[in-house]
Design a protein around this ligand. Sequence first.
Ligand code: C2E
Ligand code: MG
Ligand code: MG
Length: 719
Amino acid sequence: MISNDELLQSLHDHQIELEMQNEELRNAHIALEESRTRYLSLYEFAPVGYLTLTQEGLIDEINLTGTTLLGMERHQLINHRFSALVASKDGDRWHLFFQHLIQNNFEHDFELELHRGDNSPFDAQLHCRLITDDDKLSTIRVTLTDITQRKRIEVVLRIVSTAFESHGPMVICNANKIILQANRAFTEATGYTQEEIIGQKISLLKSDHHDNAFYAAMWEIINQTGTWQGEVWDRHKSGQVNPKLLTISAVKDINNVVTHYVGSFIDISDQKLAEEKIKHLAFYDSLTQLPNRCLLQERLKYSIEMARRENKPLALLMLDLDRFKAVNDSLGHMAGDELLQQVAARMTARLRTVDMVSRLGGDEFIVLLDDIAHPDDAARVAKEIISDLSKSFQLSQSDDVRIGVSIGISLYPQHGCCPETLLDHADAALYQAKDQGRGCFAYFSESLTRAAQERIALEVRLRRAIEQDELHMLYQPQIDLNSGQIIGAEALVYWQDPIDGLVPPLGFIPIAEESHLIVEIGEWVLRETCKQAKQWLDSGLFPITMAVNVSSHQFRRSDINALVASVLQETGLPAGQLELEITESGLMENHDLAMDILNNLRHQGIRLAIDDFGKGYSSLSRLKYFPVDVLKIDKSFIEKIPFNKDDMEIATTIVVMGHNLGFKVLAEGVETPEQLEFLREKGCDAYQGYIKNSPLSAKAFAELLAKEQSQGVLSTSSA
Ligand code: C2E
Ligand code: MG
Ligand code: MG
């Protein structure tokens, strides 16, 4: 029998046992609750939305993140059709995907646009998995992520990569300057393929154009300021070095540490070429490609400085071509240009590379001799140039063109210590050289400066001479070679200067031509000569031709026709007694105008003569059409008869040619019986010269004429 106590004890034990079990159960329950809460919280607050969809596409479950993403309460979403949230543009795609998922039981990602409760859209990524339970009932577990931000970045990246490809050459390097990416323009511009260049150091493109300090400074600026722009000469794969305008920018992370460099450039080769061209135009003569005045002055400044430091002389040679104008006038400007180019080439070939030949314009050249040991060296070079340039030139229009050159020399330090003075003094020396005759050179000296000053003073005095009637005419007889009779007179103007005495025409006519005074002098000469001739006529002398020289300047720049008409009218001299002498170059220059003037003069009944024939360059084809009566063989071809065969041939040719063209031919400067005999033999028509008479005063001439006409004398030439 179980005692009460025992029973009580046993109950008590049971109770304790139960309480202990209860306690365990309670603890297990608490633990379960805690784990459920933990799980729930994990589920609800997961970083992605979780949804369960039924096979019909209804939302069965959704976590809190899902409701937040979709912007609706859970109770609104449960049993809501998921497709109602899908943007209409993605509706069909979603439907197909969903069917496919159910039928094929696969697991897949799907991107689409969803609409939140407030109808605002967002880009979403779904990860979907079909779950089939024991009852063969399927549900679909869906993970939902908002990828709006990622999509936006993707768009930006797409734009950036299009921009990267569609712009000029661009390259991206990492912080170690290793190339990570290069666009097509970059590979094309550098000559490397993508494969060749990716992974290489950017310094692969370096050329020797810049030193290391240049690159060091460049990177220093990039790293400090974040960007650098400048001109860089890079080497193309082919080895060619090209100039570029390069921009490099540093890309930094949030900690301000450089992660990448982006480089872009523009090829500026063409621009550089254009710059070079402009520079060339500014400093070089476009016709001859020689340095121009500007570059010469720069160089001269530098050379003087060097000469001063090294205590060495230098020489400046100023050149002026003789007879260049005649070539230009008769053969045309194209021929003139061609000649200048050949002159430039000949001089460049003659001189050493250290010497500088430049063209000042027209037919003026300057040679700078930098490195001479002795002042005499300059004369030697000048002589060589004179000899070189006196050789025949072959032009396209004529294969035997001969010119000459006059050279003026100034020396540093004797004649000046600055560019301007040396140039001025070389110019003065050039004048002196020309005065000595063609093909000469002269040094500058004090006496030369004085001569230049005197020339200026002379011009002033000449102006006064005209006003004060200090000019007077001398007349040189012109004789018919067959009859020996005086048939004409050449009127020559002389200046009776109160200081210098009798000045011959060449002592002042060239200066008068330079200063336009020639027009006034020419008018006076014409009037005076016609007056004189009329007077002789009136006094009973037989009519003779009066030859008056007309300077080419006067011929072209003044209305010679009107002047002749009025003087003839004024004086009453018959037009047929007046002959105008015009030089070859005067006629060839501005040919059409000359033709008009000549035709007009001829129309008035005037005779026309070409003076100094053979000295210039006449175009024979043109000569034929000039309404000319007489060719006057230049005295330079007469003076060496009978010693110079060439001159004799030229004189003979002029006679034959003149006759063929229907002109009379007169030889000037006849001094010896041999010359006269030669001319007679060749059939020359007339002559003038010291053999008969030097220029005579009007009175002496009239007496001679009266005497000969009364005697009906035959020529002295028969003597
Ligand atoms: P030109 O027209 O050729 O005149 C001929 C020159 O030859 C004259 O020189 C004359 O004195 C010179 N002469 C004559 N016979 C001989 C000779 O046998 N031997 C040598 N060696 N020379 C001889 P001039 O008088 O000194 O005149 C020189 C130039 O001045 C002339 O050359 C002419 O071009 C120019 N001239 C003279 N008077 C005038 C003028 O009134 N107006 C213009 N525009 N020019 C003039
Ligand atoms: Mg003359
Ligand atoms: Mg003459």
